[in-house]
Design a protein around this ligand. Structure first.
Ligand code: FES
Length: 144
């Protein structure tokens, strides 16, 4: 099995590992199949993600995608971050073996579940953005 240099780099030197103290949002998701777990914490200011950290108890692909996903959402507006897909994260890493694509869902879903909690808390769910959260349920289904 061949992993790209980017995957190896983000696995060996993951960015944004840890937990933000007094985070504005946090989300934890698990993959029922393999038992891997990821927690993401976010710092949010004026509708922009100013910091993101993760803790992943999981395989190398889950760690690499968590690292890349947190890099990609930093500096993004909340609605933009919500549109981040696991495919985009995997592409940014130069691709993942098909059998490991499900691992990249962990990062996407942890970000989305953190944002869902934040949107609920701040009453930000609208007719325009609520479909983005429907996807969370679908994805969660696929991941099982
Ligand atoms: Fe569980 Fe990769 S094997 S996330």
């Amino acid at each position: 099995m061949q992993y790209s240099d980017q995957v190896m780099d983000h696995f060996m030197n993951p960015r944004n590992v840890g937990e933000i103290e007094n985070a504005d949002a946090s989300g934890t998701v698990g993959n029922a199949k393999c038992g891997d777990i990821m927690k993401v914490t976010l710092k949010i200011e004026d509708g922009v993600i100013v910091d993101a950290k993760f803790k992943t108890f999981g395989c190398g692909s889950a760690i690499a995608t968590s690292s890349m996903a947190t890099e990609m959402i930093k500096g993004k507006k909340l609605d933009e971050a919500l549109r981040l897909t696991n495919k985009a994260v995997a592409e940014a890493l130069g691709g993942l073996p098909p059998i490991k694509m499900h691992c990249s869902l962990l990062a996407e879903q942890a970000v989305k579940s953190a944002l869902l909690a934040y949107y609920k808390e701040h009453d930000l769910i609208t007719d325009e953005n609520k479909h983005l959260f429907d996807k969370l349920d679908e994805d969660a289904h696929d991941a099982h």
